[in-house]
Design a protein around this ligand. Structure first.
Ligand code: FES
Length: 454
C-alpha cells in the first residue's frame, strides 16, 4: 500500500529522530525492542547530563548555560530542605502526602536515576559525555561521582555545586591526563574539599607542553617547581620504580605495559566490588605506559607510571611526567591513551593518542567558593605543570586559609584570568586588588564567608 513501517527506516534517520526526544522518551524507546535499545545508547544522544533536573521533571539536555549565573534562592532552599528530609527519613515510619513526603520522593527518584545512569547508561555512552551537572543534588555521594568520572573520561563541564562530596570523589583523577578535557569545574559550596583534590586536579589536567623551538619557554618548564605535587608516599614510588625496572630488564626487546595497583589504597571493599561490577570496555579506561630507549629530556627525573581507572591507585608524581613535544615523538614516545579518539587528538601512532598532542591544560572556569579548607598548597599545585593558561574565571570567595602569597603564585600562572571574574576574600591584600571582584559570599546565607553575619 506504499506505506513504510518505522522499522524499515534506515538507522541514520532513526538516530536523527531520536535526537528530538527527551531523556525520558529515549528511555521509553529503549524498552521497545533490542534494536531501539541499542540505538538509544548512541553516545551523541547523551552529551549533556542533568540528573538532578531530570529527577524533578525538567528534561533539558542541551549544553550548559550561562556560567556566571547566580543560584536561584528558591531552588537552593528547596534542595536544602529536600536533602534534610532525605537524611532524616525513617524508612519504617508512615509518611503522609506532605511537603516532606514530596521531598523524599524527589530525592529517591534522583538516587534511582543516578544509579541507573552509572550502572546501565554510562558504561555504554560515557566516552561521549561532555557535561554533567549535579549541582544541589541531595543524594549524590563521593562514590557515585568517582564512578561517573571513571566512566566519562572526556568530560569538559562538571558542576558539583553545593553537593556533599569529599576528596574521595576525585580519586580517579590521580593519574596524568585523567581529566585532560576539563574546562569548567564548579565546586562552590563543597566545603569538604581540600588541597588534596586540587593536587589531583592539577595532575589530571596533564601538562602544558612547550615548543622546543622556544628555548626560553623550555628552560622555564624544566626549572623545578618550588614544591612538587605528590600523591603517594616515596616508599611506594620507589617500590613501583623497582618493579618497573625489573620488568624492563626482563623484556628489553619490547616496550612493556606496567600496571601498578595498590589495593591498600582502596577506599573500602564496597568500592572495589562496585568497580568490578561495572562492565566498562577495558580499552576505554586505562592508561598504558611505555618506556623505551631514547633520549627523553625528562628521563633522568624518573619513570612514568600507569594506573587502571577501575582500581583506586593514586600514583603519579609531577616530577616524573614528561610533557615535552619533541621528546615524545614517534621513536621515543612515552605513553598513549586508548580512550575514544577524536581526529584532532590523534597522534603519529594512528589509533592511539599521544599524550603530547594536548598542548594546553584546558581549564577555563574554576569555582572553589566556600571551600574553606583550601590553602596556598592547593593553589600552588594548580600553578605547577604549566599553570592554567586558559583560566578566565576563578572564584576563591570564602577560602579563608589562603594568603596573598598563594594567590600571587597562582595568578602569575593564569595569564588569561579576567579581573572581573576573579573573586577572593576582601580581607586579603592580594593580586589585582583594585580590579578584582572581591568576595562573592558576603550576601550569601549558605556559603562560608569571614564576614557573614556582619
Ligand atoms: Fe572574607 Fe568573604 S571570605 S569577605
Amino acid at each position: 500500500n506504499g506505506q513504510t513501517h518505522i522499522s524499515q527506516l534506515p538507522t541514520e534517520i532513526m538516530l536523527r529522530l531520536f535526537h528530538y526526544l527527551s531523556p525520558k522518551d529515549l528511555c521509553r524507546c529503549s524498552q521497545v525492542c533490542s534494536s531501539w535499545s541499542e540505538l538509544a545508547k548512541t553516545g551523541s544522544l547523551w552529551r549533556h547530563l542533568y540528573p538532578v533536573r531530570w529527577a524533578r521533571g525538567d528534561y533539558y539536555n542541551g549544553p550548559p548555560g550561562d556560567q556566571d549565573q547566580e543560584p536561584d534562592d528558591d531552588w537552593v532552599k528547596s534542595r536544602q530542605k529536600e536533602g534534610l528530609a532525605y537524611q532524616e527519613w525513617d524508612e519504617d515510619a508512615d509518611v503522609d502526602e506532605s511537603d516532606g513526603y514530596k521531598a523524599i520522593t524527589n530525592a529517591q527518584r534522583e538516587k534511582r536515576l543516578l544509579n541507573g545512569l552509572i550502572h546501565h547508561l554510562l558504561p555504554a555512552v560515557g566516552g561521549s559525555v561532555k557535561s554533567i551537572v549535579l549541582a544541589y543534588s541531595s543524594t549524590v555521594s563521593s562514590k557515585m561521582v568517582r564512578q561517573i568520572l571513571n566512566l566519562c573520561p572526556n568530560i569538559s563541564h562538571l558542576d558539583l555545586t553545593q553537593s556533599d562530596i569529599t576528596d574521595a570523589a576525585f580519586d580517579s583523577w590521580s593519574f596524568y591526563g585523567a581529566c585532560h578535557s576539563l574546562e569548567h569545574l564548579d565546586l562552590s559550596g563543597c566545603d569538604k574539599i581540600s588541597d588534596y583534590t586540587l593536587k589531583k586536579l592539577s595532575v589530571g589536567l596533564g601538562k602544558t607542553s612547550i615548543s622546543d623551538n622556544c628555548p626560553n619557554k623550555r628552560a622555564k618548564l624544566l626549572k623545578a617547581p618550588p614544591v612538587p605535587i605528590s600523591l603517594m608516599d616515596e616508599r611506594s614510588l620507589h617500590q613501583a620504580v623497582r618493579r618497573h625496572q625489573a620488568l624492563m630488564f626482563k623484556q628489553r626487546s619490547s616496550p612493556s605495559h606496567v600496571w601498578v595497583l595498590d589495593s591498600s589504597h582502596l577506599a573500602d571493599i564496597e568500592d572495589a566490588a562496585g568497580w568490578r561490577r561495572l562492565s566498562v570496555p577495558e580499552e576505554e579506561h586505562f592508561v598504558q605506559t611505555q618506556l623505551v630507549a631514547g633520549s627523553c629530556c625528562c628521563r633522568r627525573r624518573g619513570l612514568r607510571t600507569s594506573t587502571m581507572s577501575y582500581l583506586h591507585a593514586p600514583f603519579v608524581s609531577a616530577e616524573v611526567l614528561c610533557g615535552h613535544s619533541t621528546c615524545c615523538s614517534s621513536d621515543t614516545a612515552l605513553r598513549t591513551f586508548s580512550e575514544p579518539q577524536t581526529e584532532s587528538c590523534r597522534g603519529s601512532t594512528g589509533d592511539f593518542r599521544t599524550k603530547c598532542s594536548h598542548s594546553k591544560r584546558s581549564l577555563r572556569f574554576l569555582s572553589l567558593s566556600g571551600c574553606y579548607q583550601v590553602t596556598d598548597s592547593g593553589l600552588r599545585a594548580l600553578s605547577q605543570l604549566g599553570g592554567l593558561p586558559l583560566l578566565e574565571h576563578l572564584n576563591l570567595s570564602g577560602c579563608l586559609l589562603i594568603t596573598e602569597v598563594g594567590l600571587q603564585e597562582l595568578v602569575s600562572a593564569c595569564p588569561s584570568l579576567k579581573d572581573e571574574h576573579f573573586y577572593y576574600c576582601d580581607n586579603i591584600n592580594g593580586p589585582l586588588a583594585d580590579t578584582a571582584s572581591g568576595c562573592q559570599n558576603l550576601q550569601c546565607g549558605f556559603r562560608v564567608c569571614c564576614r557573614s553575619g556582619e
